[in-house]
Write a protein that binds this ligand. Sequence first.
Ligand SMILES: Nc1ncnc2c1ncn2[C@@H]1O[C@H](COP(=O)(O)OP(=O)(O)OP(=O)(O)O)[C@@H](O)[C@H]1O
Ligand SMILES: [Mg+2]
Length: 173
Amino acid sequence: MTTAQLSITGLGCHHGAHEVLRDITLDIARGEVVSSIGPSGSGKSTLLRTLVGLKTPSSGTVRLDGAPVDYASRKSLDAARERMAIVCRQYNLFQNMNVLRNVTIAPVMIRRRPRAESTALIVSREMAFVPEVSDRVVIMDRGEIVETGDPATLFDAPRTDRACAFVGKILRH
Ligand SMILES: Nc1ncnc2c1ncn2[C@@H]1O[C@H](COP(=O)(O)OP(=O)(O)OP(=O)(O)O)[C@@H](O)[C@H]1O
Ligand SMILES: [Mg+2]
């Protein structure tokens, strides 16, 4: 089995007493592009912020190529930030459909490496763009991953009630 480039296991995060991420587990392979979608407040931005250490995890482990990130260590965090960055969208998505050619199109966490080796975790509200660029999609709701799958399956045949509710809402717009 190959080691995931980014491996998130049981990640939790609190804003005060409020649990905003709960037991997030997600492996992203080298070169893979994963989009995180879900209702407002579901924790998409908090997930990216936590991965780069802008929010401290309350539980769980993040590994880069198998090596755990120690968020309590400045040195470990600096090393992690050499490899992960949040890049915010600056341009119109539809003029820039290839996320790996232009990482400025969406809030995205990407390893600063040659494109073919880069792993991206994208947060996007532009649903037309998500299936175009994503190998896999993760639906979040209330701090949890409720469903993961390839874009076609997930948009066409969501399995869980919470995923159906979100996908149904998108399709009605
Ligand atoms: N600085 C903060 N202090 C307290 N609670 C916060 C803070 N930032 C976010 N939250 C809460 O954390 C939860 C997750 O918010 P987050 O911004 O990660 O959601 P999101 O999925 O990115 O939403 P959106 O689609 O609106 O960007 C929400 O309940 C939000 O109210
Ligand atoms: Mg957000």
